[in-house]
Design a protein. Structure first.
Length: 278
């Protein structure tokens, strides 16, 4: 009885020891795998950059509404470990944002132009502004040929040249003089016509022309992507690589320049887009 009991105890101790060895072995293997960097993607997603302390990289990108799909992949080149993030941009959302911007821009510029035009009249009421709007659109039209020539020469329509693409007929001057107000005399005629050209220009601008005048593509592409690259350093810290790619025809619609000292967009500008919350 004693021998059997002793044997049972020894057997149990042996099993317990084997199980402990297995557990320790599994934990050690997992530790080794982590140490070898099998999860650089997880490391990057959980990392918080010093210049973007509000949240981790993964929380910012995956919590943003910019992408309809996101892929993460790790790469190694010459010992340099990197993680690439590719965001398939939600173009439906971009279009909604662009349409809202176009509408807001057009309304603001038209209202400014009307307030400038009405300065030459005693009557500065809203009704007077609407009559001037009608007058401008009846006698002035955007000249598409001049518009395209200006784009070809400069790549966009500069503010100082916005009167050039507009032609007004000879009847406009007579219609202005009919009001008989002191400020509508020939002395102010050129200024009044300039103002009405602005009114016509902004009231007639199409969404495509608004984009073109800023030097952007007339239409948004059906698909677009943003690619960012992160460097995994030897000490497990993470750095943002200067290498980034954004589909050309949306870069100005999606990415904003953070620094007034830069005249071109950087990887930091692209990453900052994902940290914006509305």
């Amino acid at each position: 009885m004693f021998k059997q009991g002793g044997g049972s105890i020894i057997f149990k101790i042996y099993l317990k020891g084997a199980k402990m060895k297995y557990t320790l072995g599994a934990a050690l293997a997992a530790l080794i795998l982590v140490g070898c960097g099998e999860d650089e993607v997880g490391l990057v997603k959980n990392y918080t950059l010093s210049d973007f302390k509000s949240m981790s990289i993964g929380a910012a990108i995956e919590g943003s509404k910019i992408c309809k799909n996101i892929t993460w992949s790790k790469e190694e080149n010459g010992g340099l470990k990197t993680v690439k993030m590719v965001c398939d941009v939600d173009m439906e959302k971009v279009k909604v944002d662009v349409d809202a911007f176009n509408k807001k821009y057009k309304e603001a510029m038209l209202n400014t132009s009307l307030r400038g035009a009405v300065l030459f009249y005693k009557d500065k009421s809203d009704d007077k502004q609407q009559r001037l709007l009608k007058l401008a659109n009846e006698h002035c039209k955007i000249n598409e040929t001049k518009f395209q020539e200006e784009l070809k020469d400069r790549g966009k329509i500069d503010y100082s040249f916005q009167k050039k693409p507009v032609d007004c007929d000879d009847k406009l001057k007579d219609e202005i003089l009919k009001d008989g107000e002191p400020k509508t005399s020939a002395i102010y005629m050129s200024n009044i016509i300039d103002s009405l050209e602005d009114v016509a220009y902004y009231s007639q601008l199409t969404p495509s022309q608004i984009r073109l005048q800023f030097g952007r593509a007339a239409e948004l592409p059906p698909q677009a992507a943003i690619e960012l690259n992160f460097i995994v350093n030897a000490d497990k810290s993470v750095s943002l690589s200067d290498k980034f790619i954004v589909t050309k025809d949306i870069i100005d619609d999606v990415i904003k320049i953070r620094s007034a000292f830069n005249n071109r967009k950087t990887a930091e500008d692209a990453l900052a887009t994902f940290y914006e919350r509305q």
